[in-house]
Write a protein that binds this ligand. Structure first.
Ligand SMILES: [Zn+2]
Length: 85
């Protein structure tokens, strides 16, 4: 459990609180946004890896193959490097 600042009134409130006790701003909206961006991140990483693997295995030349490796590595980075807070 941690204290977070209300985006509207700057009051310090529990991150477990559903709404700000001071101004009533719903806190669940923040959590939902964070979850959504983490899902988008996951999808981006998976797509990059899939495209990279396809390019690597089916590329007609070495350059496209290398591009596939780069895309795959970028996908892994997106998936496993934690987002800055
Ligand atoms: Zn507030």
């Amino acid at each position: 459990m941690a204290l977070v600042k209300c985006a509207d009134c700057q009051a310090e409130i529990s991150d477990q609180a559903p709404t700000c006790p001071k101004c009533g701003r719903p806190m669940a909206a923040q959590a939902a946004t964070a979850k959504k961006s983490s899902n988008q991140r996951l999808a981006t990483g998976v797509v990059l890896i899939a495209v990279g693997a396809l390019a690597y295995f089916f590329a007609p030349d070495i350059y496209l193959s290398m591009g596939g490796v780069i895309a795959g590595v970028a996908g892994l980075v997106v998936l496993f490097v934690p987002a800055k807070k």
